[in-house]
Design a protein around this ligand. Structure first.
Ligand code: URA
Length: 441
């Protein structure tokens, strides 16, 4: 293999043979191909795409770069959920214990914040003592004993994705359908689940904002799931505003705790229930109405909250946060952003809100940087709502007055109040299965 020839051919839109893809990516996984050649190839792929056979070869080489878990010794359906990434998306923190409380095994392996999007693992780590770095053996024992484990992607599972992801993050090559699809699906297949529910975000805070590309991404991932015999369903959901109100880490955990007590924001509850229904259907429930009723009951009668308590205890965290969220890290400075005029909250720059949260310290500007678990926002304004001058739009939780003022200026650019009422996206617009997409009403 001569790497620059493959880069050139991909750049010119040529289709590569499966063994060429395998050779190129294996060389990178083994450290024989430098970052600069892989960066060039990723950018060529960003523009030229990959066809089905090329994508299949890429998924295969990614999967075989690490271990594949065998969960067959753990009885019961094993189902996971993955989101393509959003701002304020804390649904997993409610969903995983909820579905596990109904007897489904949920081995949830999540990532850290990425670009402008938050990560479940960073949020969980804001719970004092909580460990996400369980060994695979401990994770399997916990899955067997209580039905759910919330862990970080380990070194052993798809190490090639870790390398590629870090490179994509700094080379402007995240927003590619085949690269996102192979990254997500290789990890989920390696994790050994029987079924997978995907939350594909659309709107200004999503990696792929327009619905056509979101649908194509969903169908691409479902196609990969079919090849590996993992039943996969996707919901296409709104990210033209943050999910719920909280954006950050500890403050998102706090909001998730309220949702687990049945007191969370309505959109968080609605999305969590919809994703739970899909997970339950994959787990063997035959009727969506019964699945919805069971999910609502488990949330309302405290079973989901109790499951979260067991998970936190099992992973060395302090479960008292569930009774007293004030035990979570608290930011010393609070500042309120207010509307400077009467009008409609217009279309939001949700990516900008995510970037402002990263700048405040809630995410990482460089790989491996540390985060401040306490900082973030409550974005109480939602697009399409009418506000009066002086009404609060957001609260900033910051480490210093300077940081808070910088965030106020950034948020003012992202949350605009104007004359016109904007169109807002439906919370859930499409359900996508192997038979294709359908509109959700
Ligand atoms: N999440 C992932 O795991 N990978 C991507 O490429 C994008 C979102």
């Amino acid at each position: 293999m001569i790497p620059y020839q493959l880069i050139r051919r991909k750049r010119d839109g040529e289709r590569l043979a499966a063994d060429e893809i395998t050779a190129f990516f294996s060389a990178y996984a083994d450290g024989r191909l430098p970052d600069y050649q892989m960066s060039a190839f990723l950018m060529a792929t960003f523009f030229a795409g990959l066809d089905t056979d090329e994508l299949a070869a890429l998924v295969d080489v990614m999967l075989h770069s690490g271990v594949q878990l065998d969960l067959s010794a753990i009885p019961g359906p094993r189902i996971d959920k993955h989101s393509t990434g959003g701002v304020g998306d804390k649904a997993s923190l409610v969903l995983a214990p909820l579905v596990a409380s109904l007897g489904v095994r949920v081995p949830m392996m999540s990532g850290r914040g990425l670009g402008h999007t938050g990560g479940t693992v960073d949020k969980l780590e804001s719970i004092p003592g909580f460990r996400v770095d369980l060994s695979l053996e401990r994770m399997m024992r916990q899955l067997d004993a209580i039905g759910c484990a919330l862990i970080t992607q380990t070194e052993e599972i798809v190490p090639l994705d870790r390398k590629l992801y870090a490179l994509r993050d700094v080379t402007g090559t995240v927003e590619s359908i085949p690269l996102i699809a192979s990254s997500i699906m290789s990890k989920k297949i390696a994790e050994g689940v029987d079924g997978l529910v995907l939350d594909v975000k659309r709107g200004s805070g999503a990696f792929l904002p327009d619905v056509e590309r979101g649908l194509r991404l969903a169908q691409t991932m479902i196609g990969i799931g079919e090849v590996y015999n993992r039943r996969t369903v996707a919901l296409v959901t709104a990210m033209d505003r943050p999910l719920g109100f909280a954006v950050g880490n500890a403050i998102e955990v706090e909001e998730a705790i309220f949702a687990l007590r049945g007191e969370g924001p309505p959109d968080l509850r609605e999305l969590t229930i919809a994703l739970a229904v899909e997970m339950l259907l994959l787990a063997g429930w035959t009727d969506a109405h019964a699945a919805r009723r069971d999910a609502e009951r488990a949330l309302d009668d405290g079973r989901a909250l109790e499951m979260m308590r067991r998970i936190i205890e099992a992973q060395d965290g302090n479960p008292a946060v569930l009774d007293d969220p004030a035990l979570l890290p608290q930011a010393p400075v609070r500042e309120v952003l207010i509307a400077d005029r009467d009008g409609w909250i217009g279309e939001m720059d949700v990516r900008g809100i995510g970037d402002a949260a990263v700048a405040l310290g809630a995410g990482r500007a460089t790989l491996g940087a540390s985060i401040d678990p306490a900082v973030g926002f409550h974005i109480t304004a939602k697009p399409g709502r009418h506000v009066a001058r002086g009404e609060p739009l957001a609260t900033i939780f910051a480490a210093s007055v300077d940081d808070a003022q910088t965030a106020v200026r950034a948020l003012r650019r992202c949350i605009r109040v104007g004359e016109e009422k904007p169109e807002v996206l439906p919370l859930i617009s499409h359900r996508v299965t192997a038979s294709g997409p359908s509109l959700v009403r």
